[in-house]
Design a protein. Sequence first.
Length: 206
Amino acid sequence: MGLELLTAEGSRRVVEGLADLGCRVFYDGKFNDIPNTIAGAARALSKLGVWMFDVHASSGLESLRACSENRGPALAVAVTVLTSFSSGGAQDVFGSTIETKVLRLATMAAREQLDGVVCSAQELPILKGSVETRDLLTVVPGIRPRWAETGDQRRVMTPGDAVRDGADYLVIGRPILKPPTSIPSRKAAAAMIRAEIEELDKGGAS
């Protein structure tokens, strides 16, 4: 559940509605604030019973620590560099390459004992190859099957390739919610993505 749905319907209503359906809720609120505010938001989400939520790593070490200390049983993951950023955009905002910034922010998240990070699949080899970050869960947006439009995403990868490179969780929105007209329904789009991942599993087992 992301910003658009949260704004339109309200956090408590959406969380409780999805919980009633038996869903685990990933609260994609992307908190980016001072430590006291993030601590309060983390406590509020813990009381709502969400499964996972995210905070911007760029909010700083103290905010990440506040998130970690107040998350309760929920998983807390740190957003590194948004998948809409190109290399030029990252240089403008962060003054460094995407790879350097993602590894730095992920290392901060690990230091403050968050459970994982949100990153593009293109950074998975770097994170999985670093002693400091390799045990973090990786939540990966920017997933685009070959038949889907990339839209405003810059650092994308197919579902199968992302899983092959070590993604723990895939975030897939528009390819399912707004599939191309050649795909008859959202359900069909989701089934195609699932089949791609299952085919990868068969290949790995053979």
